[in-house]
Design a protein around this ligand. Sequence first.
Ligand SMILES: Nc1nc2c(ncn2[C@@H]2O[C@H](COP(=O)(O)OP(=O)(O)OP(=O)(O)O)[C@@H](O)[C@H]2O)c(=O)[nH]1
Length: 219
Amino acid sequence: IHFHYLGDMAVDAGSIPELDQKKYDADEQVKIICLGDSAVGKSKLMERFLMDEYRPQQLSTYALTLYKHAATVGDKTIAVDFWDTAGQERFQNMHPSYYHKAHACIMVFDVQRKLTYKNLVNWYKELREYRPEIPCCVVANKIDADMKVTQRSFNFGKKQGLPFYFVSAADGTNVVKMFRDMIKRAVEYKQNPSDFMDEVMQELESLSLPGKYSNCRFR
Ligand SMILES: Nc1nc2c(ncn2[C@@H]2O[C@H](COP(=O)(O)OP(=O)(O)OP(=O)(O)O)[C@@H](O)[C@H]2O)c(=O)[nH]1
């Protein structure tokens, strides 16, 4: 496990993954998990958001990386734990502790690789097995590499009623907005979980991808 302590958080190599809310004087603490196939850009998105930097080398995430971040929502300080796992572990058993007590989920695919889009449904099903009610969004990454994609190309997010973001970790497009929205939703969920049930019922009613991928346009 790699720990990255960012934002206003003090480095404390001895602490456990659960962030000690009182110690950091935060009003609230949330856990946000990131899902998606290998190399879709999960780690680069975190780095872009948390450090505003992008290093193009590809270093696959080893098992689990935990990023700690202090965010402000309204007049509250929020301690955010971002959990980033290696996508290549998808078809091995993902440890349930990854999902445990998560308050929101960011699902990422790569607009240049259609398989990563198709696999969203697997990620989504697994997420809903463990966390049926938490807020979730779909993130189409690497739009700097293909500016022609439109939301119509990707029915999954639309049909599920999930918020959908086109982003680029490379040039920063939409990255801050997406993360800020999800932090806010995680806090809202934590404070009032029952508000999210209607949304989830709508999602569950349409839990399928377009059968033959026919509505998707890739180069
Ligand atoms: N063009 C472009 N390339 C990107 C972007 N984001 C990530 N990449 C590249 O995609 C590759 C994989 O990025 P990572 O962030 O390591 O992907 P990951 O999803 O964390 O991969 P795993 O750790 O294996 O699960 C790297 O070579 C990045 O440079 C982007 O927005 N645009």
